[in-house]
Design a protein around this ligand. Structure first.
Ligand code: ADP
Ligand code: MG
Length: 369
């Protein structure tokens, strides 16, 4: 089974005016389930098409299983492709779709029979082998699409938003199933999505992409717990951002002065005194309690909204400095707070991120364009 390595890969369109993929370096390991996550238009599909050989890079080199791919046509790259839309042949049954690849390759009949049966059983649709795509639900069609991509034995599977066109519930079930099937067969998968929850649930590792570039690569946990940029903190999970500057630095950490004469202590991290920064805090690490802020790292505010969302309850609290914080708490443990209540928001030591203030401003940094 192959690993996939991209070295300085760049692809532009329209005479260089659109830089779709911008000097990307990436190493997908053998047998890994790898997700490329980013907003629409950031270059995900272009990246997959480069790996598939449908496009050639302007610059850089792609290696599959250690071999340079420049000039190697798609059909010689040992790749299976699953698309967002159900790209099944409409005039062929599920069986004919799945066995199409092996047939074109001229496999012997008994081997075609065996693989067709194995693959359709694997995705739980052997009973529907004679059905045409129009007779199947979206989820079933996508299962057939997966079986078809796996049937040729391709050791590298490329999936371009394979779940985006499905109902949320079906997509949710199918994400675990796809991962289980691909891992069970020991194939390497590169799965592209704009849905961070999907990437988090399915991937061994994720590359977060923005405007043609890879911002960070890591396990779901690494990206969530240690985002290296405001964009990654914002795009993966949810995060509050507060602007401030470093007022004091000592052995244990630093004191950040926020707008409106509020301050919080951050442990562990250190930056230059006087530096302008953005503090990031996830909604679930914040606590909210009734009454005035008294201790350090308690910020005074007023409850603006309370939203019961099932598992969690979400509070929006307007701080004394006009910043808005979102706080979530498990509903089982939620406090009886109402709009207008005066509260203190507790920022735990050591659980906030500190980022340098972005050159282009915070608002621009948070835009997912
Ligand atoms: P994603 O899959 O992340 O939504 P794409 O890879 O499809 O992003 O597109 C990245 C950028 O490249 C977009 O700005 C898109 O408009 C542009 N692009 C993609 N394919 C072409 C093409 N064939 N010709 C011109 N521009 C393209
Ligand atoms: Mg796309």
């Amino acid at each position: 089974m192959p690993d996939v390595r991209l070295v300085n890969v760049t692809k532009t369109f329209e005479g260089g005016r659109i830089v779709a993929v911008d000097h990307v370096n990436l190493h997908v390991k053998d047998g890994e389930y790898f997700c490329i996550l980013g907003p629409s238009g950031c270059g995900k599909t272009t990246l997959l098409r480069l790996i598939a050989g449908i496009l050639e890079p302007d610059e850089g080199e792609i290696y599959i299983g250690g071999k340079p791919m420049r000039g190697v046509p798609p059909e010689d790259r040992d790749i299976g492709f699953v698309f967002q839309t159900f790209a099944l042949f409409p005039h062929m049954t599920a069986w004919e779709n799945v066995t199409y690849g092996p047939r074109v390759r001229g496999w012997p009949e008994d081997q075609i029979e065996r693989v067709g049966r194995e693959m359709l059983e694997l995705v739980g649709l052997y009973e529907r082998a004679d059905a045409y795509p129009r007779e199947l639900s979206g989820g079933m069609m996508q299962r057939v699409g997966l079986a078809r991509a796996l049937a040729t034995g391709a050791s590298l599977l490329l999936l371009d938003e394979p779940l985006s066109a499905l109902d949320a519930k079906i997509a949710f079930e199918l994400r675990y199933e796809i991962r289980r099937l691909v891992k069970g067969l020991g194939r390497t998968a590169i799965h592209v999505t704009h849905d961070q929850a999907e990437a988090m649930a399915i991937a061994d590792r994720i590359a977060v992409m923005r405007k043609g570039r890879i911002l960070q690569v890591g396990t779901p946990e690494e990206l969530y717990m240690r985002p290296k940029s405001i964009f990654v903190a914002h795009f993966i999970g949810e995060c509050n951002f507060l602007e401030g500057f470093v007022e004091e630095v000592d052995e244990e950490g630093m004191l950040i002065r926020l707008r409106g004469d509020l301050a919080i202590r951050i442990m562990g991290e250190k930056r230059r005194r006087g530096e302008k920064v953005v503090v990031g805090v996830r909604p679930e690490v914040l606590e909210v309690r009734e009454g005035a802020a008294r201790r350090s790292n308690e910020l005074p505010g007023t409850v603006e909204r309370v939203m019961f969302e099932g598992v969690v309850t979400r509070y929006e609290v307007r701080l004394a400095n006009e910043d808005l914080l979102v706080i979530t708490a498990p509903s089982m443990m939620a406090r009886q707070l109402r709009p207008g209540d005066k509260v203190a928001v507790v920022v735990p030591h050591g659980k906030a991120f500190v980022f340098p203030y972005p050159e282009r401003g915070l608002k621009e940094e948070l835009s997912v364009e």
